[in-house]
Write a protein that binds this ligand. Structure first.
Ligand code: SF4
Length: 326
């Protein structure tokens, strides 16, 4: 593969275990299997949706990719950089290219800082130095996300949830990123505001050539923005496919359950039979043996309880980890 065709990000065997319980002598007694042996690529200019219930490991995976935490094992290559091996200076420069937008930006804002100060924090990674240049750039970024320069002197608590998310996006854009992890960016917003933020994210992707990893707990929001979708269950990737294939022909029983939960907008389809997920996701401490979904899978077979299925190609751009597909 030439540099031009290499994926922007290559994730290989990424694993993160946390100690959940330690003895007085520091011996780890219980381990949370947050992310287990996950591999996939993200190509420049695409939006990869990462979907799964709360507790599936999506946010941990997003933070690992940004090197905001170290893995237990595995690698992440961003462009030509193995990000867990680069030195601190290089990582500081790469941070400018790799940003994150949180579900609740309010909790990541310092309430004593004005919007201008919050956005301008990112300028340490740029050559914007003078106060006049900083003010101009803040006003420009606020206009880019649908606010005005007059909002620069406000404080976070003076804004609505949708406006705060726009400020969070402006802060991420301040460092001219190439890649942004969007961690449930619309989950806390009203439906009407959700679509405004999704439209804004789509416009920004086109205008600045951005690449997104879009984390969500349901499939309805990723349908609009994503080119491909990866589905996670209890720390494992269970399906990854082009968006159209995944929505038209989901191969993993868990994906089918998630799709069944998507609200039906078309009144003509309201009577479509739905089969919703039953029970809660098991604890990531001591996850089920074999296929991790077997305790909730309506199609479980004997081997599913002891043997772990691997992600296997089941369509031209579709992989699933299920014995029903091979
Ligand atoms: Fe269900 Fe077995 Fe497929 Fe797992 S491998 S999703 S338990 S059929």
């Amino acid at each position: 593969m030439t540099a031009a065709t290499l994926p922007l990000i290559e994730v290989r065997g990424l694993t993160k275990h946390f100690a959940a319980e330690q003895s007085l002598w520091g011996t780890v007694r219980k381990v949370v299997h947050a992310v287990d042996d996950v591999s996939f690529d993200i190509h420049a200019g695409e939006t990869l949706g990462l979907v799964g219930e709360t507790g599936s490991g999506k946010s941990t995976l997003g933070r690992l990719i940004l090197n905001l935490m170290l893995p237990t094992s595995g690698t992440v290559r961003y462009r030509e950089h193995e990000i867990f091996e680069v030195d601190r200076d290089r990582m500081r420069r790469l941070r400018g290219e790799m940003q994150i937008v949180f579900q609740d930006p309010f909790s990541s804002f310092d309430p004593r800082m004005t919007v201008r100060e919050i956005i301008a924090e990112g300028f340490v990674h740029t050559d914007i130095r003078s106060q006049a240049a900083r003010n101009d750039r803040v006003a420009e970024l606020l206009r880019t996300v649908g606010l005005t320069g007059a909002h620069a002197d406000g404080y976070p608590h003076q804004f609505s949830g949708g406006q705060r998310q726009r400020i969070g996006i402006a802060r991420a854009l301040a460092v001219n990123p190439r890649f942004i992890v969007l961690d449930e960016p619309v989950s806390a917003l009203d439906v009407s505001v959700q679509s405004q933020i999704l439209n804004l994210l789509a416009d920004l992707r086109a205008e600045f050539g951005l690449t997104y990893l879009f984390i969500a707990h349901d499939l309805s929001v990723v349908k609009y923005l994503c080119t491909r979708v990866a589905v996670m269950y209890l720390g494992k990737l269970v399906e990854i496919a082009d968006r159209k294939d995944l929505f038209a022909n989901p191969r993993h029983p868990y994906t089918r359950k998630l799709l069944s939960a998507v609200p039906i907008a078309d009144p003509a389809q309201r009577d479509r039979p739905r089969s919703l997920l039953e029970g809660d996701i098991p604890s990531p401490i001591d996850p089920p043996k074999g296929c991790r979904f077997h305790t909730r899978c309506p199609e479980v077979m004997d081997r599913c309880r002891t043997e772990e299925p691997r992600l296997t190609k089941c369509g031209s751009n579709q992989l699933a980890a299920c014995y029903l597909d091979g």
